[in-house]
Design a protein around this ligand. Structure first.
Ligand code: COA
Length: 332
């Protein structure tokens, strides 16, 4: 049976930098509160005249393909993780496919929020292992800034969530070369409403009305406290599961790339795992929480900074809406 390796990474973030000071002008918040509770100093918000979820993903994918030194035509399949697709349907996977000129190959969207990229990686890994495909493009891309309530009422979410895209090229390899060692996926729908956007949902008499748009259910709703409490437990649990499955210990991890939910969550997990600073990669300070895009953006940036080398053990871990949580252990 084959394994799958990541042979190229790329990311794209919108040019529009929103600093905490900029948020102070539109809602009752302040830089000190945001930095202390989330670690975020600035984030990117999309430009509606220029950026779409699909075209940000396309830009990230082109960089990943260039670094992988492959032609676009070598891609056999697309896995697109997003909870903020450009259309209600179809998904953004087919839109990116069209932009890349890859009409005809299969494309699926994955809607597992912050865990979406690892779920996507796992799906792609299974296709490669069974021999169905050889080269798969996996992306995570989001525009969250248009889903948050940017008034004081929505401040606890509005300061956190942001926009961007990241991409990885997975290719079949010999298991002796390393690659994805394991993925572990979990979900618990009991907590679906702790972090969600309710409308425009289909199980309503009318999907969209003026009343709905003005109401609170149209914006992202988050029980920050519940998310925090579950995240710190599940992150450590799912990393532990990955290590146990591969007979490894936390010391064996060369780099942990956690979903960039909140710097306090990452720091807490790092402490629980007893890992030194240089073995945990965080960039939430500059990009905020970009949901499904956060891990591929962080992975791509860590690679650019020379923090990922051949033979390294890389651990990815995520927690988010659903609740969903997941991990991937990779031998680079
Ligand atoms: N600026 C200033 N004050 C704010 C604020 C903001 N952006 N957001 C909330 N506050 C205020 C609250 O109104 C509250 O004021 P009060 O005490 O007068 O009522 C106070 O700060 C504390 O609010 P609380 O919600 O209890 O803060 P918290 O310490 O739980 O921090 C989060 C809020 C959202 C930062 C925190 O719960 C968190 O990080 N949760 C996890 C979120 C996350 O990671 N989500 C992504 C998952 S993928």
């Amino acid at each position: 049976m084959k394994s799958s390796r990541i042979i190229g990474l790329g990311h794209y973030v919108p040019e529009n930098i929103i600093k905490n000071k900029d948020l102070e002008a539109i809602m009752d918040t302040n830089d000190a509160w945001i930095v202390e509770r989330t670690g975020i100093h600035e984030r990117r918000w999309f430009n509606p005249d220029k950026d779409t979820v699909a075209n940000m993903a396309t830009r990230a994918a082109k960089i990943a393909m260039e670094r992988a030194k492959i032609k676009v035509s070598e891609i056999d399949f697309i896995v697109f993780a997003t909870i903020t697709p450009d259309y209600f349907f179809p998904g953004s996977g087919v839109l990116m496919q069209r932009e890349l000129g890859l009409q005809g190959i299969g494309a699926i969207d994955i809607r597992n929020a912050c865990s979406g990229f690892i779920y996507g990686l796992s799906v792609a890994d299974q296709f490669i292992k069974t021999g169905m495909y050889k080269t798969i493009l996996v992306v995570g891309a989001e525009i969250q800034s248009s889903a948050v309530d940017k008034s004081t009422e929505g401040r606890s979410s509005a300061v956190i969530f942001a926009d961007g895209a990241g991409a990885a090229i997975l290719r079949a390899c010999d298991p002796a070369e390393g690659g994805i060692l394991s993925t572990h996926l979990h979900a618990d729908g009991d907590f679906a409403e702790e972090l969600y956007v309710r409308d425009p949902g289909s199980s309503r008499k009318v999907r969209l009305s003026e009343e709905l748009i003005k109401g609170p259910t149209f914006n992202l709703t988050m029980n920050g406290n519940a998310v925090f409490k579950h995240a710190v437990v599940r992150f450590s649990e799912v990393i532990g599961e990955a290590l146990a499955a591969n007979n490894m210990k936390a010391e064996d991890i060369d780099l942990l790339v956690p979903h960039q939910a909140n710097l306090r969550i990452s720091n807490y997990v790092q402490k629980q795992m007893n890992m030194p600073d240089e073995k945990v990669f965080n960039n939430i300070m500059y990009y905020g929480n970009t949901t499904a895009a956060s891990i591929p953006i962080a992975l791509s940036e860590a690679w650019e900074k020379g923090k990922i080398n051949e033979g390294d053990i890389i651990c990815l871990a995520a927690f988010g809406s659903g609740f969903t949580w997941a991990s991937a252990l990779i031998k680079w």
